[in-house]
Ligand binder design. Sequence first.
Ligand code: NAP
Length: 327
Amino acid sequence: MSRAIQIAKNGGPEELQLVDVSVGEPGPGEIRIRHKAVGLNFIDVYHRTGLYPLPMPARIGMEASGVVEAVGPGVTHLKAGDRAAYASQPPGSYCDLRVMPAKTVCKLPDAIDFETGAAMMLKGLTAQYLLKKTQPQGGLKEGDFVLFHAAAGGVGLIACQWAKAMGLQLIGTAGSDAKCALAKDNGAAHVVNYAKEDFLARVKEITGGKGVKVVYDSVGKDTWDKSLDCLQPFGLMATFGNSSGPVPPFAPGILGVKGSLYVTRATLFSHIATRESTQAMADDLFEAVTSGKVKIHIEQRYPLEQVQQAHRDLEARKTTGSTVLTL
Ligand SMILES: NC(=O)c1ccc[n+]([C@@H]2O[C@H](COP(=O)([O-])OP(=O)(O)OC[C@H]3O[C@@H](n4cnc5c(N)ncnc54)[C@H](OP(=O)(O)O)[C@@H]3O)[C@@H](O)[C@H]2O)c1
């Protein structure tokens, strides 16, 4: 048996209910993993509210670390007793113990503790594929400006540090002066408090009127229009989230008017579709963390039983950096 967080229907944080579930043996390609810590992510809110629909009742959570208890037939990269961590489909990481596909579960290096492992996989692999694999035509070079919204959040704080290590000038937006200071301390070259400053005007000022080569936008509805105007001709709009609501439909003609822009709606799950691609990206992330290039900031911890409060705080923009649910 295991404790797990389940929703019977979509709705507010009060729908997150602690239940007891039975856990069986892993089948082909699966493992059973006993969690040590669980990561909280904004996608968990989309699953709870129904923006990303799931069959009901639904388990929630996409990220955790723990110890492998058993492996099913065909699993060769993990064995019982291995320390491991993952960002993965299907949802269901808010629990003590689960059976799940092994494909995207990676061995956790000894130098990385369990809480850090749970706090970094989904957010860190996202920062990895955005900065390294979601680039404008011609790529990114040292000194290039990029705009990264919600720079003090979970994905954001990792991206600030990694962009600096890559020699990029990351302009980070955040919703308060304190969050801006945190992003700056973590490597953002410039910060903009978009709750009180016009981020388009500030981006133009910082870049001498040129604009940026790429915008990484997870805020969605509220930042979409102005973000397009922050781009240089042929720039890339990488929209990858909806924390303020989804981007409304738009006419492709505006991309021509604004300078033959490119748009991608990027998602981690395309990048971690195979064991090989997941492991290559995880190796890059593990190197960034163990070398000290990227520090994982766990700024909030909630016991699993207080997951409703964790969701309230995340949605109310009260959190910074990573959040873990403790078991
Ligand atoms: N597509 C992918 O592959 C992928 C993977 C991981 C994450 N994501 C997306 O990346 C974003 C960041 O994820 P995260 O888990 O690290 O969360 P997070 O950044 O720690 O939290 C979301 C942040 O968004 C900002 N925000 C702006 N408007 C908001 C609003 N109306 N309501 C709530 N927050 C608002 C807030 O920062 P400020 O107060 O500073 O504005 C808030 O702290 C999310 O949109 C998530 O869905 C996408």
